[in-house]
Design a protein around this ligand. Structure first.
Ligand code: NAP
Length: 252
């Protein structure tokens, strides 16, 4: 049990990496609340984990909408108590053309992949500061440092997530609140699987550059997140943890 007595709040927790984080935190003894825009998947995961004896609560919210997020956060805190850890996982890909992308598309994308990290900080930090304890983990990406053609402006948003991680880590350190990033490489979620299948030969090419010859599983990201949320990482803050099987060490 790495997280006894903690209340961990996860965004985008209904599927993929987020769902693996919800599960790993729960099996490590935390009460877990999560939001997602997919209400069906969120309710299904909540009911599966609750029926196996875990304290898990779901509320529907779009992380890009502060009023929705605030109301969902308030409802979850009233059920499970003050939040002691936050995982900012909700994120979407972007494959925009810089000429054709509209202002609205730009704002909508950055609202999810970047601004939501500030919004959850606004909601969670007051209670954390009061008790001088807390941990935040931001799910970034290998694209925070090295990106890929036709991912505009995903690399920019994920680089900004690293900057936000450093800002928050420096400013909240005096309250004993640690803030770290986790940067996954290729992780086999539905999102990745459909991207790999979208172009003939893409999966084979992607596999051929993996140092370990395979892609990662959502649970392999979740284990690192749980560690960073836990007391075992008590002197780790402002860091970016790559979970990419070594891909980020490759030059070409
Ligand atoms: P995923 O399988 O698509 O799961 C993300 C979940 O977040 C989905 O349930 C999604 O709902 C939900 N969501 C999307 N927009 C939301 C919003 N505005 N508000 C609330 N929930 C929202 O994605 P994933 O692959 O697990 O990725 C999770 C995180 O890891 C993202 O930040 C991603 O950038 C990052 N990441 C993933 C990989 C990878 O290989 N999978 C690699 C590096 C980084 P819908 O399905 O209905 O949209």
């Amino acid at each position: 049990m790495k997280l006894p007595g903690e209340h961990i709040f996860v965004t985008g927790g209904a599927k993929g990496i987020g769902a693996a984080i919800v599960l790993d935190c729960a099996v490590n003894g935390a009460k877990v609340s999560f939001v997602d825009i997919d209400e069906t998947a969120g309710k299904k995961l909540e009911s599966e984990l609750t029926s196996s004896g875990h304290k898990v609560s779901f509320a529907k919210a779009d992380v890009a909408n502060f009023e929705q997020l605030k109301s969902a956060f308030g409802a979850l805190v009233s059920k499970l108590g003050d939040v002691t850890g936050v995982v900012n996982n909700a994120g979407v890909n972007s494959h925009a053309d810089p000429v054709k992308m509209t202002d609205k598309e730009w704002d909508d994308f950055f609202a999810i992949d970047m601004k939501s990290i500030w919004l959850t900080a606004k909601l969670a930090l007051p209670a954390m500061r009061k008790v001088n304890k807390g941990a935040i983990v931001n799910i970034c990406s290998i694209h925070g440092r090295l990106t890929y053609p036709n991912f505009f402006p995903y690399g920019a948003a994920k680089s900004a997530v690293l900057g936000l991680t450093r800002n928050l880590a420096l400013d909240e350190g005096k309250f004993n609140i640690r803030v770290n990033a986790v940067s996954p490489g290729y992780i086999l979620t539905d999102l990745t699987k459909s991207w790999l299948k979208a172009e003939s030969g893409r999966e084979e090419r992607s596999l051929s550059i993996q140092p370990s010859g395979r892609m990662g599983e959502p649970s392999e990201v979740a284990k690192v997140v749980t560690f960073l949320l836990s007391e075992k990482a008590s002197f780790v803050s402002g860091a970016d943890w790559a979970v990419d099987g070594g891909l980020g060490a490759r030059s070409a």
